[in-house]
Write a protein that binds this ligand. Structure first.
Ligand code: FAD
Length: 323
């Protein structure tokens, strides 16, 4: 018996969530006493595949096929279900990412498995029963579910489980799935990137701004700081609601959950709904002109000052530091 974990890549590099789900699956495997097999689909180099050993996978199945270079929901679902059967997996773990949201129910149906999507904690395991907490309705509610089927599928929310290195190593095996024409009834012909910006859920540094910036015309100072730091940009909900910034940048309870090494919050009050999306950041820096702003309570470093004065000075200082 084994635990199977699906690892997503972008153009051959694993996403941060890939290491999260391997760490999550490894913690389950340690409890159940099963081996952990990872499966990768697409053009990923062996040196990247072998990195998965360091997070707890003892074997990596590598599916390389020109037709599978781009994500195809139906085909990927068939491959993962086939691999789960051939590995006698009793649990399939994947990220509850955009593609994971489509894949998880497909795999669960094919395996006649119970599905927990949006898992935010490890399951409590008692015999064949897994009890686990998941978020629902964009984290407005939480549910505890019991999975009692022989095979279980768990889709883990990105940034909800910490990556853990184990120092282990993995063997790499190629896996050739038996796909048919029907699996390719939808084909992705081309992927056009909407932006070259760093992806927010994956970012190690995030520069985020709120209503304190007064209007969209003032975002130049935020983008400049982000560029100097190699950071992604984010915002509070009212900012995206007002169309100052795109909704894809909205962080918090009803937006994206981030977990960067550094989160810089500029002109954001620190409402509880915003903090819900940033509280697992390693270091939080707050810039706010109100010393009583609630965000300072969770800040590692705080600057009380006007963003329009502080941010350009910070950017200039960082530019000098870099040169
Ligand atoms: P404000 O609360 O208006 O704060 C602006 C801050 O800027 C203030 O602290 C002010 O002191 C400071 N400031 C003003 N001028 C300057 C200056 N020149 N320099 C420096 N600082 C300055 N919010 C989210 O962000 N994410 C969510 O996911 C989210 N989900 C929600 C879900 C529900 C069900 C509800 C009810 C609310 C939700 N909200 C969410 C909204 C949340 O409650 C707050 O209203 C919101 O986060 C406030 O945004 P803000 O901090 O940008 O604006």
């Amino acid at each position: 018996m084994s635990i199977l974990v699906y690892v997503e890549n972008i153009e051959g590099d694993f996403k941060k969530s890939a290491f999260e789900v391997v760490s999550y699956a490894k913690a389950i495997a340690d409890q159940t006493g099963d081996s952990l097999t990872a499966i990768s689909i697409g053009q990923v180099a062996d040196e990247n595949l072998s990195k998965l050993g360091n997070y707890g996978a003892s074997k990596v199945l590598n599916v390389q096929n020109e037709q599978l270079k781009n994500f195809v929901n139906k085909a990927y679902g068939s491959i993962l279900a086939e691999a789960a059967k051939s590995e006698q997996a009793k649990v399939v773990v994947l990220s509850n990412s955009f593609s994971g949201k489509g894949l998880a129910p497909r795999i669960a149906t094919k395996l006649n498995a119970a599905l927990a999507d949006g898992a935010i904690e490890l399951p409590e395991i008692s015999g064949d029963t897994f009890k686990l907490k998941k978020s629902a309705f964009s984290s407005k509610a939480f549910a505890t579910e019991e999975l009692t089927t022989a095979v279980k599928v768990i889709a883990v929310n990105p940034n909800s489980y910490e990556v853990k290195e184990t120092g282990g190593s993995a063997t790499i095996e190629s896996f050739t799935p038996s796909l048919n024409q029907d699996d390719f009834s939808v084909i992705v012909k081309e992927i056009v990137r909407a932006t070259d910006k760093i992806s927010l859920p994956e970012a190690e540094i995030v520069v985020s701004a709120g209503r304190g910036l007064k209007g969209p015309e003032n975002w130049g100072i935020i983008e400049e700081l982000a560029e100097v730091l190699g950071a992604a940009t984010a915002c509070s909900k009212p900012v995206s609601d007002a169309d100052w910034r795109p909704h894809s940048e909205h962080v918090g309870q009803t937006g994206i959950v981030v977990s960067p090494n550094l989160y810089i919050a500029i002109g954001i009050s620190g409402a509880i709904q915003h903090l819900a999306g940033v509280s697992s950041s390693k270091t939080i820096v707050v810039i706010n002109k109100d010393p009583e702003a609630p965000f300072f309570k969770v800040a590692d470093y705080g600057i009380v000052g006007d963003a329009f004065e502080v941010v350009p000075k910070l950017t200039e200082a960082l530019k000098k530091f870099k040169n």
